[in-house]
Design a protein around this ligand. Sequence first.
Ligand code: ZN
Ligand code: ZN
Length: 419
Amino acid sequence: MSDAKKVLSALEDELGWQRELYKDLHRHPELSLQEFATAQLIEQKLASWGFAVQRIGGTGVVGVLENGAGACVLARADIDALPVTEATGLDYASTATGTDSDGSVVGVMHACGHDMHVTALLGAAKVFADQRDAWTGTYIALFQPAEETAAGARAMLDDGLLTKVPRPDVALAQHVMATEAGTIGTTAGPILSAGDSIKITVHGRGAHGSMPHNSVDPVVLAASIVLRLQTIVSRETMPGEFAVVTVGASNAGSKSNIIADRAVLLLNVRTYDTELRARVIASIERIVRGECAVSGSPKEPEFEYYDQYPLTSNDADVNARVTQAFTAHFPAGAVYHTAPATASEDFSRVPDAFGVPYAYWTVGSVPADVYRKAVAKGTVAADIPANHSPFFAPAIDPTLGAATRAQVVAAFAYLAKGE
Ligand code: ZN
Ligand code: ZN
């Protein structure tokens, strides 16, 4: 049997315990940076298979398996769940609650499929541990906390990730999506957007509602800012270039007869290009400062940047190599070229910090018949619950098998003997 065949047939044997583990993780989701039981479970499994295991960044876990000379591959799964109350009705649905960062008690659910990522990466880790004669090099399985709050990759880097594990040659990651189960989507270049949230405080001068002449009205100021911000995408960005500027919240005042002294705007920006991102942010600041000056605002506006996600942009060579391997080891038609999504991720912080290329791909999770029917009717958005929905329910089969196979096949493209 060839080495590739050996590795791929070993994979089928893991699905039994993986299904049970997936249900167990799904039943016991944990919020970002609180993934204590999940991390412990991952640690125990990796250690029992012979990985050198470290806890990095609180609830982050890294297992390193050194197996002779050759390439070093880092494969990553995120492990956190969301403050969402599950409504799927599955027999392994979560009834867990947790305490959110603001102190409120919330339902907790793996509504983004990270339980699938964990289970698939553990399956791949087990295969590489069991089949050491079929490959050569170093395999790093990295389990990252707090993807949903953009804090986890940074926490692992702040805790010395770069000096605690061997420098990889390449990094790999994947995400379960509400697309056809069994399919894998890849693309070179941007696959997820950079995301920035900005809290903007602009200052006016408060007054009695009957005496506008004594005020600098922050409601009028905020309104003109919101309108003018629309021109960043429509007038300043080249048609065809992708940028999103959303004003998600605009708050000022509380009574009809009082003119407030400030307004607060919450903005969300998405881009696929770091230069364009810098330009959009500069435009936002310019417009806000300009409108404040025109209004006679008595104080400089304040900008607070938060929930910032880096761009996820696949290296062309790594994507080509991984896509070729997928095409060779998945059924015909299962691997397709995907358009970039407007969502964001913090995975790329890790390869960017190491200065190494990476590939990130998507894994479908909706039964083929259900998905195709919705596509035919044009009702995908209405009928198929997507990530973060309380109804998000990946079909375990064939999703889990495909996600595990993808992690094995992509890493093996670098770890096969003779590579
Ligand atoms: Zn998510
Ligand atoms: Zn996610």
